[in-house]
Design a protein around this ligand. Structure first.
Ligand code: PLP
Ligand code: ZN
Length: 411
């Protein structure tokens, strides 16, 4: 028996049997993203407190009863998830929060939260007996897919904008993917990838449309709750590009609640870059339509003109009573430096955007004080050294001579 009861269109509500559809709603087309509806009654019986006490698997597969994979043979050995959740008392004091938590998801095999989605996506591809997988990506989804496909022996075709940071492109190549650097934006890479998937019959791992990827991303919330002794924070803050991550985060918390693992839900706050903010604009105008503007931000992972999972993102924010907030590139870079030099956690620009959002919300006086706030660092700073260098400054150059060092140290 499959754990999936049905797939439900987030736009029109039409329901599908999981065996009859792969990606998006037949009526709504590309805007009709599907939501996976699981058999929570059955899962609840399996995922008891006893189940967790006895479970020595500290990875996202700890939550396998709630992950829609029927054939576990496609699960790769790469260690994903159960990333550290740090409490940063210093920042909490300065911002008047009761608790400031940082979930460091840069600590995954290919160094981003996307590994949660790829682990599930590749297991699904193998379950469906697909030997070729493709993805459009700003960089991390692709580098992550490439790593998991390498482990599984699957062939991959990748479409990334030519502006993708060099480290991410190098990851693709070292894992052996076929890489297309698209002379255009991420939005154009998406179009091209979807056309190629249709042309060649490849399995499309683009998070934007593949309903199973959110099922991997949601495990970050299960972990946060379990690491807090099965309780949710008051607020969870998430960077938003396509909106798949924030949708996954919200689904994870909702499921923990539905399964009786936690007794209240957090508010979800989405953070976008100021010049790449279609979701913030739609939220502000209470609309479900996204108006295209050419995105411009140093945070390449969230540089998205039209969010492919925007409706799910808006639902997460609205249903939870949360909000959207924007941060500038300067604020992102300042947050990157601050987080690194005060905690030792080094995130890429999009990776620290949620933390930048917390600093911004604090400035705006949004917190009443006393909240427990969790932020997710979604990608490693080593993935984009060029941006990090802008935040980091330059080192001193010295002659190999102790007197030169003395002059600098003593000023
Ligand atoms: C993909 C990504 C995000 C945003 O996720 P979406 O699903 O596109 O909203 C944030 N941070 C990093 C590091 C990412 O790679
Ligand atoms: Zn529909």
């Amino acid at each position: 028996m499959s754990k999936v009861l049905k797939l439900k269109c987030v736009k029109c509500g039409r329901e599908y049997d999981p065996s009859e559809i792969l990606y998006t709603c037949f009526d709504c087309g590309i805007a009709g993203i599907l939501d996976v509806v699981l058999d929570y009654e059955a899962i609840r019986k399996e995922m008891t407190p006893e189940y967790f006490r006895q479970n020595s698997n500290y990875s996202l597969w700890r939550y396998l009863p709630a992950i829609p994979i029927d054939d576990p043979r496609g699960i790769q050995p790469l260690q994903v998830g159960w990333t550290p959740l740090y409490e940063t008392a210093k920042f909490a004091r300065e911002t008047g929060l009761k608790q400031l938590l940082i979930k460091d998801d840069s600590r995954n095999p290919t160094a981003s939260l996307k590994d949660r989605a790829s682990a599930v996506g590749v297991a699904k591809a193998l379950e469906l007996e697909r030997k070729v997988v493709c993805a459009a990506s700003t960089g991390n989804a692709a580098s992550s897919l490439s790593g998991f496909a390498a482990s599984a022996g699957i062939e991959t075709y990748i479409f990334v904008p030519e502006t993708a940071p060099e480290a991410k492109v190098t990851q693709l190549l070292i894992y052996g993917s076929h890489v297309f650097l698209v002379e255009g934006t991420y939005d154009q890479a998406v179009e091209l990838c979807f056309a190629a998937a249709a042309e060649f019959g490849w399995y499309n791992r683009s998070c934007a449309i593949n309903p199973y990827l959110v099922e991997g991303k949601k495990t970050v919330s299960y972990e946060i709750c379990e690491q807090l002794g099965w309780r949710a924070p008051d607020v969870a803050v998430v960077a938003v590009g396509d909106g798949c991550t924030i949708a996954g985060v919200w689904k994870g918390f909702k499921e923990c609640y539905q399964l009786g693992l936690i007794d209240r839900l957090p508010r979800i706050i989405g953070v976008q870059a100021a010049l790449s903010n279609p979701v913030t604009r739609a939220f502000a105008s209470q609309s479900d339509e996204f108006e295209y503007r050419k995105p411009e931000t140093i945070a390449d992972s969230i540089s998205v003109g039209i969010p492919r999972n925007g409706i799910k993102a808006l639902n997460a924010v609205r249903e939870s009573g949360g909000m959207m907030v924007d941060v500038t590139d300067a604020e992102i870079l300042a947050a990157m430096k601050l987080l690194a030099e005060r905690t030792g956690i080094f995130g890429e620009p999009a990776g620290v955007t949620s933390f930048a959002g917390i600093l911004k919300l604090n400035q705006l006086g949004i917190f009443s004080g006393g909240e427990r706030v969790a932020s997710i660092v979604s990608g490693s700073g080593l993935k984009d050294i060029k941006s990090a260098a802008q935040a980091a400054g330059r080192p001193a150059v010295v002659a190999p001579d102790i007197d030169a060092v003395k002059r600098i140290v003593r000023g």
